[in-house]
Design a protein around this ligand. Structure first.
Ligand code: SF4
Length: 202
């Protein structure tokens, strides 16, 4: 199948997802945030769910966590434009606190419901490697809850996929201590370098 055909299939899937009611999260979100990037990307980055900025823009990883991710990718030598970037859950789950919409973690049921769309993306893109950013993405791909520290920086065989689990950039943003923050960022860069080495291996 040509890249244009694959891109067409992704476009159709995104249009369908815009009308998804498989779980309640569509009700309070502005719009679905489907993945974006080359339809034949060798690497797929999977985050948790869109945040406030992503919900408004309709694009994944365009807010503060996206900026951390972009910096880490650049330092690791990975080109974001060559990656397919998406989330395990496609609608923004939040609670309103005054003027602010605060992120809420999706439930296991919501993650399972939205696996339908992640599977559609995987079937079309068929990446050589999936980088799972955080515990929600890793649990979604494993199909069960995981302890991130036990699986981090390993190539997991989740047939038919190869998955590398790492931290979510927003977890770095939440750290208050600047040394801890820098350390966590370096760990993310090292994980992404490991991903690049895997991609280059014959
Ligand atoms: S979060 Fe996923 S499963 Fe739930 S309504 Fe949105 S697209 Fe559908």
């Amino acid at each position: 199948m040509t890249r244009a055909n694959l891109a067409h299939r992704l476009h159709d899937a995104a249009e369908e997802a815009a009308h998804c009611t498989r779980c309640p999260l569509y009700r309070d979100a502005t719009q679905v945030v489907f993945g974006e990037g080359p339809a034949n990307a060798a690497i797929m980055l999977v985050g948790e769910q869109p945040g406030d900025k992503e919900d408004l823009a309709g694009q994944p990883f365009v807010g503060p966590a996206g900026q951390v991710l972009d910096r880490a990718l650049a330092e690791a030598g990975l080109d974001r434009a060559a990656c397919y970037v998406t989330n395990a859950v496609k609608h923004f789950k939040h609670e309103q606190r005054g003027k602010f919409r605060l992120h809420k973690q999706p439930t296991r049921g919501e993650i399972q419901a939205c696996r339908w769309w992640l599977d559609r993306e995987l079937e079309i893109v068929r990446p050589k490697l999936i980088v799972a950013l955080g515990v929600t993405a890793t649990s979604s791909l494993k199909g069960k809850p995981v302890v991130l520290s036990r699986v981090r920086r390993q190539i997991l065989d989740i047939e038919p996929w190869r998955v590398l689990a790492t931290t979510h950039p927003s977890a770095i943003l939440r750290l208050r201590d600047s040394d801890e923050k820098e350390h966590a960022f370096r760990e993310l860069v090292d994980d992404l370098r490991f991903a690049l080495e895997f991609l280059k291996a014959p």
